[in-house]
Design a protein around this ligand. Structure first.
Ligand code: GUN
Ligand code: FE
Length: 444
């Protein structure tokens, strides 16, 4: 396998000792094999990182690649109207090619801005197209088709029977789980309790145990959603999921804005994982999640930008900034510091995915999922004795990402994507949304 040597980087390792050092990293194939101040090895490929900052790639634990094409077409709405009036009809109008370019557009933006791993929820149909884009682009992804067999105001094309939803998920799992050197991990994605029968959720529980794969859903995002769940199921979201036996360390909940104390205790005690989506929560006027309280309770919390139509960017720098700033407004200036936020964006995400031994930090034995920032612009100066965490979280941005490696493969170099053809993806994403909107307006 090919070796790669990264020389003279300013490293923020995010390892257990929180080491920040200047030095080299040696990679053999897909794994880091050595981290030291000076490595005298001859590698197949050498990357000169002098003057650049090396970080573990960002991990985003809630994304909808299938929604990237809907950017800017569902602004200024609350969750349930946003879904019923815009997102569901748009998802229903997708075709095989539009899902592929929606995914490629999203992945291009994600890699360009330093995200190397995602937890992604697709739509009901054409999920093979998203997996194809994931495979070709080189991004690391946990993903699955969304499952929905219940609820009003859902376009007919999205409403599946319980049996078909479960079988289609298993079929996808068998085609994609573990593919691309393990870079692709299938994940069961029941949309949210509002969209799922009890039978479907129980089926998901049993299948996730049988195949040992994660379950990802939305929970307690919006007060209207919670009221609807309580009315239909007689329980709040997390208590209902626990009642069905779904609250386990393999359950990853997006949002968790409106948890009560009992729900927080279930999450803590059962080892359920949480994804914080500050941009989405602010834009859909959902609320502000009590992240400092969850972290105090030792709950694993990752960060995700959610879908493009509720944010409207997939940029982790933007999410990190919001993660810190919104808590300061509520709880004071020390409620969320830069190091805590960068930890959530890296090791926190790894813990959410049960991948803390594989990704999330720069350490020998881990996968080589790494990003280099070139902090040579006005906004990142002065650099003299700058706090490295502050510089990355509060000052740096999308355009500073210079190089990205995933699974030991170079996917971006000198700010140029190597696995995603930008010109084609931009052009085809326009063609795809045009075709999709025509189909939507024709009611077919
Ligand atoms: N709840 C159910 N579906 C969705 C979705 O697509 N996005 C968000 N943000 N919340 C949801
Ligand atoms: Fe979402």
């Amino acid at each position: 396998m090919a070796t790669t040597l990264i020389k003279n980087a300013q490293m923020i390792t995010m390892d257990s000792q929180e080491r920040v050092l200047k030095g080299d990293v040696l990679i053999d194939g897909d794994r880091i094999i050595e981290v030291a101040e000076q490595i005298e090895a001859v590698a197949d490929r050498t990357i000169d990182a002098a003057g650049k900052t090396l970080l573990p790639g960002f991990i985003q634990t809630h994304i909808h690649l299938c929604q990237t094409l809907f950017r800017g077409r569902a602004d200024d709405l609350e969750l349930l109207d946003w879904l019923r009036n815009r997102i569901w009809p748009l998802e229903a109008a997708h075709d095989e090619e539009s899902v592929y370019y929606s995914a490629m557009l999203g992945i291009g933006e994600l890699i360009r801005s330093g995200t190397t791993t995602i937890l992604d929820m697709e739509t009901v149909h054409h999920t093979d197209s998203a997996f194809r884009a994931i495979e070709e682009s080189g991004i690391r992804a946990f993903s699955g088709k969304v499952m929905m067999d219940h609820g009003g105001d859902v376009p007919a094309r999205l409403n599946e029977s319980t049996e078909v939803s479960l079988q289609a998920s298993v079929d996808l799992l068998e085609r994609w789980h573990g593919k691309a050197n393990g870079r692709i991990q299938y994940t069961f994605c029941p949309r949210f309790v509002v969209s799922c029968t009890e039978e479907l959720l129980i089926g998901v529980r049993d299948l996730s145990r049988q195949y040992n794969v994660k379950v990802h859903t939305h929970a307690s995002e919006n007060r209207g959603e919670i009221a609807l769940v309580e009315r239909e199921r007689g329980k709040r979201n997390v208590l209902y999921l626990d009642h069905l036996g779904l609250a386990t360390p393999d359950l990853i909940l997006a949002h968790c804005v409106w948890l009560n104390e009992e729900e927080k205790e279930v999450i803590r005690a059962r080892g359920v994982k949480v994804t914080h989506c500050p941009g989405s929560n602010l834009k859909l006027s959902s609320g502000i999640a009590e992240v400092p309280d969850l972290l105090r309770k030792q709950v694993a919390v990752g960060i995700g930008s959610d879908g493009a139509p509720c944010n409207n960017t997939l940029d982790m720098f933007s999410e990190m900034r919001m993660t810190a700033l919104i808590q300061k407004t509520l709880h004071g200036p020390t409620a969320m510091d830069a190091k805590t936020v960068l930890r959530m964006a890296t090791m926190g995400g790894a813990e959410v995915l049960g991948m803390e031994r594989e990704i999330g930090s720069i350490e020998p034995g881990k996968k080589a999922d790494l990003i280099l920032l070139e902090l040579d612009e006005f906004h990142a100066y002065p650099s003299f004795e700058a706090d490295p965490y502050s510089r990355v979280v509060y000052s740096a941005g999308y355009s500073d990402v210079d190089t990205v490696l995933i699974d030991g493969e170079l996917v971006m170099r000198n700010k140029l994507l190597l696995t995603v053809d930008k010109g084609t993806v931009l052009k085809e994403s326009d063609r795809s949304i045009e075709r999709l909107l025509r189909r939507l307006n024709e009611g077919g």
